[in-house]
Each structure stands twice: as C-alpha cells, then as structure tokens.
Design a protein around this ligand. Structure first.
Ligand code: ZN
Length: 310
C-alpha cells in the first residue's frame, strides 16, 4: 500500500458514494486527483497499439479494422477525455474493455464505456470481488459492491483470446498476485504486455491487496512468467509509471524479491509483524531503489509479512 493508491481508493470510494470507515489512521492522503486539469497522453507502441496516461492506472489501446480493445479505464470522471483520446487514434468503436484488476483507478470508467457499447471483460474472481465489495487489509477502508453495470459481463478462468478484425489480445490470469483476479494482457503482433498493478513503478512499491487475497509470492511468480515470455524488444505497460523494457522488469523483479526475502527471513525467525516493521528490513537498500518513503516501506513490510510463504 502506498499514499498514491490510498488516495486513489479514497477518491474512488467517494465517487461511488460509499462510506469509508478507517479502523486505523491511513497515511496522509494527497489531494484528490484534479480530473478537470488532467490531460490524456498517448505513447505509440507500434502496430496500432498505444499506452494512454492520465490519472490512475495506465491504459492500453489496441486498434483493429472494425473495433478497439481497451485495457483499463482509469477513473469515471475521465471517461469523456479518454474516449476522445481513443477517438483520435481510431475511428472505430471500443468493442471490449478488459479490467486488469478491480481497483477504482483502473475500473472507474467501466459503466460509462459499457453504456457506450463496450463489452466488459475480467477474471471471474474480479467480478465476484467487485460484486461483493472488498476491505483493505491495512486500513480497513471498505470499497462497496460495484453496481451491476460496472461488472464484467464476460469472465474467464485461466486464459482467453479476444479478437477484433486484424488484432488479437491474449488474457492470462495471474493467480493471487496484486489481487486474486489479476489479468495480464499480451498483444503478440505489437510485442506488448500490459501487466496491471502486478508491476507498478515510480516512487512507489507495488500494492498487495491482501484483503482480496493478493500475495507477494504471487507477484514474484507473475513477474517471472512475464520475464520468461518477453524479450529485449517487448514493450511493457506497467499498472502505474512509465513504459518499461525487459531490463527494467528484471530490476523490478530483483527489487520485489529482495523485499520479500528480507521480510520472510525475519518472519521465519519468529518475529511479530510489528517487530519486523521496527527492524526496517527495507531501509538498507530496497527503499532507495524504489524511491519510496518510510511510510510506504512500513505498509509494504506489513503486506509482505501477511502474505509471504502462505
Ligand atoms: Zn491496483
């Protein structure tokens, strides 16, 4: 967990009109995203494929001859701007919206894009968790059940291929990583991988949504699977942060595995969660490599402790 994600969750919860009850004080939240001032930028990944960035998670756009596949939607208030940005890249309708995971900074636009005619697609676990609502393990903040119109109408179990004319995207479930319903999206012709928040960079650690059965071991396993299938030319769209190469991903793998191992060693020695937090196992080298804050390290240590070796 980190400050940015907490802020995003709080904003998403507020937008849904839900009551947020914190059982323990979360870290100071930043100001809510300024949607009015947000600009959507597009990075050309080749083969009619783009990464869009605004506020919240990165979006991947895959344009075919008769329609567009879009991966993630950011926040609901950005729908019009995102739709306009996609419209500049393709004059065809958005046929499919894929949710990499359930968090509101990635799925906020679901309902609006569905009303536009897109079919929402996500892992079966994601649909169930969105329908039931979730609780943040670290803060106790509850995300209320999503309205029916925001839920994927098509789900899958292990993998699924989506096609528009001339383009194909492969959806692969990455079990118990950032959440229990993570989808990674491979775009073979463009050699692009969209990871969702299993990979999240830029003055932050990945969040592990332990309340939705996220697991540090699953994150490392998923990144290993990404490394195995990618090569030096693969363009990797992380959940947050700039476009990555395989080399960047290998460094990220080392970072998260070092963090896991440092916490796992202390946990195995019999220390309690608070004792491990007090020992600051990430201070020596991991925190500076992630460009993270002390508070982010405290949260990350707690989430690793609760999920490692399980
Ligand atoms: Zn997330």
């Amino acid at each position: 967990m980190n400050r940015l994600t907490l802020g995003a969750l709080a904003a998403a919860t507020a937008l849904l009109g839900g009551a947020a009850a914190a059982q323990q004080a979360p870290p100071p939240a930043p100001a809510a995203p300024n949607f009015a001032a947000t600009e959507i930028t597009a990075t050309d990944l080749g083969h009619r494929t783009w990464m869009l960035q605004g506020q919240g998670g990165n979006i991947t756009v895959i344009a075919g001859d008769d329609g567009v596949i879009m991966v993630d939607t950011e926040f609901a208030p950005l729908h019009d701007k995102i739709k306009a940005a996609v419209g500049k890249l393709s004059d065809k309708p958005i046929r499919y919206v894929v949710d990499t995971h359930l968090h509101g900074d990635h799925t906020g636009g679901n309902q609006a894009f569905s009303l536009d005619g897109a079919t929402l697609i996500g892992h079966a676990n994601l649909r169930r968790s969105m329908a039931e609502g979730t609780t943040n393990a670290l803060t106790g903040v509850k995300t209320p059940p999503a309205p029916n119109g925001a839920l994927p109408s098509r789900t899958y179990a292990d993998r699924m291929t989506l096609s528009v004319h001339g383009r194909r995207a492969e959806l692969v479930h990455m079990p118990n990583a950032h959440t229990q319903g993570d989808t990674a999206v491979w775009v073979p012709d463009a050699d692009v991988l969209a990871t969702g928040d299993i990979v999240s960079v830029g003055a932050r650690y990945p969040n592990i949504d332990v309340g939705d059965r996220g697991d540090i071991d699953g994150i490392v396993a998923a990144v290993d699977a990404f490394l195995k299938r990618s090569d030096a030319k693969t363009k990797i769209v992380p959940g947050h942060g700039p476009l990555m190469s395989r080399d960047d991903l290998a460094k990220y793998r080392t970072l998260v595995a070092d963090a896991r191992d440092a916490v796992a060693k202390l946990k195995a020695s019999g220390m309690t969660e608070d004792q491990v937090v007090a020992a600051k196992p990430l201070a020596a080298s991991v925190q500076s490599r992630a460009d993270a804050t002390d508070q982010q390290s405290v949260s990350f240590v707690r989430l690793i402790y609760r999920s490692v070796g399980g």
